[in-house]
Design a protein around this ligand. Structure first.
Ligand code: NA7
Length: 549
């Protein structure tokens, strides 16, 4: 406050979040001469990689592809140590980029955006923070990540627990000591499967509470050979082109050959090779029909189930670990010694479908069958994916309508390209719902969105257009296209977070666009080439309503 008046800072753009997306958006808009401020609730850059620091946390995309590609200098100056980088190394990398580009001076840390309202009289966003001051910005850009709203299930007695309690997605910065403790892990998604082998090595006893058994294949992580890295650097422009035109943002493609058309021997040889090679999509890419044909998919499922039976010595435990859903309809998981961990004497597996958790007690938890005494509970229970991070803020567009009202409570999710949504002028979402995002190497998706948004802003400036908004028919058509694409795949057949099925009360529906990053890029480029078709642009938001596109 100065002289009894509230200080209001104005920027061309306000970006929420200083993870990979936010800091690249900052760099891009700074280059184009916009005034920009990034707000970040944490005390440093990193986003997902700042918060997900549980033991064993590492990326499931190969390091050489999981980095920025916009700067040759940055590419050449950074050397990854291993095939799948650990969380501290990725966080070091983000810090390295932030320092190199001198980005911190435009980032306000320890500040959470609580509310953003579009002011239709003046055509700017009014933004409140938990630090209590107001900001205005012409453009409001979310870079809030897809998996940043952690999900702790609302279990009876949760507050009564007297021991330590953690969520993998909000891991403390202080070291967590498992030594000699009785630890319970709830959840066996990617996070649980990464953390469990690490915790088991230290804990006195580890009890894993599993709801859905998972397919997981070995990551086959290893240190990088310097010669290999030199070769990658030499060929990076070609590699980048492959990543950008691919399905999942990595430079490989599914084979065309169909699993149902080859002999069982050929199938098993391929699956065995994939198992030995490691990689997130390696198994799924062995045949062209694994993502679409249930019979074909069953062959990959059976291969993995047989591997689990071979690895896990106790047959009762192995039975509990048998996954049954359609492989690939939940995000594939890669691990290091996950199934082997169940051969340890200090590890017990509890199937909570057979004996549901009834309540958390002061000293542990109670299932329908038994009481488990625990010193620590680790929730590896995932996230309210993609839409959840938006609902942590109160975002209001035209007529004061909130985004939550628009998307939640049974309403169908609607966006245009996952970048914008009708009724919310001058707002961009980086890797928003209905973009490929979580189904891809996030870095490829982030760079594509940031560059596309930046080009669109330059177009608006050049054409003296003050406001843009997704047109309703364009949004309807895109959202329909997303649903139809999903229906052609096997994804809707599983209760995954891709379908919003992990969160009680969340409307069921496909969250990402499943058509792949190559096709998606092509669509976005065509929209741009046609003068940003599907967007209304003009001098004032009030006039946009009368326009057709
Ligand atoms: P995920 O993949 O959503 O996994 C969450 C796990 O927690 C999964 O096993 C869930 O079982 C389980 N879960 C969720 N809610 C409950 C309740 N109420 N009770 C018991 N168990 C529960 O999250 P992750 O953090 O592991 O991974 C998220 C992404 O990060 C991952 O896909 C990668 O992209 C990186 P369910 O399968 O729903 O039965």
């Amino acid at each position: 406050m100065t002289g009894g008046q509230l200080d209001v800072q104005h920027f061309d753009a306000v970006v929420v979040g200083a993870g990979f997306a936010g800091i690249y958006m900052l760099q891009k808009l700074r280059e184009s001469g916009y005034s920009i401020r990034v707000y970040e609730s944490a005390d440093n850059v990193g986003g997902t990689w700042y918060h997900n620091r549980y033991p064993g946390a590492r990326c499931d995309i190969e390091s050489i592809y999981y980095n920025y590609t916009f700067s040759e200098e940055i590419l050449n100056e950074w050397t990854w140590s291993s095939r799948y980088a650990e969380q501290p190394e990725i966080l070091d990398y983000i810090n390295f980029v932030a320092d190199k580009l001198d980005l911190r001076r435009d980032i306000q840390f320890n500040t959470r955006i609580t509310t953003a309202r579009f002011n239709e009289t003046y055509d700017f966003w009014e933004i409140d923070t938990d630090a209590g001051y107001l900001i205005t910005a012409k453009y409001f850009i979310t870079a809030i990540g897809c998996l940043s709203a952690s999900n702790i299930p609302n279990m009876k007695g949760l507050d009564s627990f007297k021991g330590e309690m953690y969520h993998t997605g909000k891991w403390p910065h202080e070291e967590v000591d498992f030594k000699g403790k009785r630890v319970g892990v709830i959840g066996t998604g990617s996070s649980g499967i990464q953390a469990i082998p690490f915790i088991a090595k230290e804990a006195g006893h580890l009890t894993v509470f599993q709801r859905t058994p998972q397919y997981s294949t070995p990551a086959q992580n290893h240190a990088y050979d310097p010669d290999f890295l030199r070769q990658i650097r030499r060929n990076y422009s070609e590699i980048k082109q492959l990543m950008c035109s691919s399905m999942h943002g990595v430079p490989s493609f599914p084979r065309e050959e169909l699993a149902i058309e080859v002999s069982p021997e050929v199938r098993n040889q391929r699956y065995e090779k994939a198992w030995q090679e490691g990689g997130l999509f390696t198994m799924l890419y062995q045949f062209g029909d694994l993502g679409f044909g249930e019979q074909a998919n069953e062959t990959a499922q059976e291969f993995i189930r047989a591997k689990i039976r071979q690895i896990v010595r106790d047959q009762k435990t192995a039975d509990k670990l048998m996954p049954k859903y359609i492989y690939g309809t939940k995000r594939p998981i890669i691990d290091t010694d996950y199934f082997e961990t169940y051969n340890r004497d200090n590890v017990t597996l509890v199937d909570i479908k057979a004996e549901p958790i009834e309540e958390i007690t002061p000293t542990g938890l109670r299932t329908a069958e038994a009481d488990y005494e625990l010193d620590m509970i680790v929730f590896a229970t995932g996230f309210d994916a993609m839409t959840g991070p938006f609902f942590k803020m109160d975002i209001r567009g035209r007529g004061g309508v909130s985004l939550k009202e628009k998307w939640a409570g049974g309403a169908q999710l609607k966006t245009y390209l996952g970048i914008a949504t009708a009724g919310f002028p001058n707002m961009f979402m980086i890797t928003g719902p209905q973009s490929p995002s979580v189904l891809s190497n996030m870095l490829v998706s982030i760079e594509q969105h940031v560059e596309w948004i930046s080009d669109f802003l330059d177009y608006l400036r050049k054409n003296n257009q003050e406001v843009f908004e997704a047109a309703i028919p364009a949004e309807e058509a895109w959202s329909q296209q997303c649903r139809e694409a999903a229906e052609m795949s096997l994804l809707p057949k599983s209760d995954s977070w891709y379908m919003g099925a992990n969160i009680e009360g969340k409307p069921r529906g496909i969250l990402p666009f499943i058509g792949g990053v190559g096709l998606y890029r092509q669509i976005c480029d065509e929209v741009a080439a046609k003068g940003y078709e599907g967007f209304l642009t003009g001098q004032a938001s009030r006039a946009l309503h009368n326009k057709s596109y």
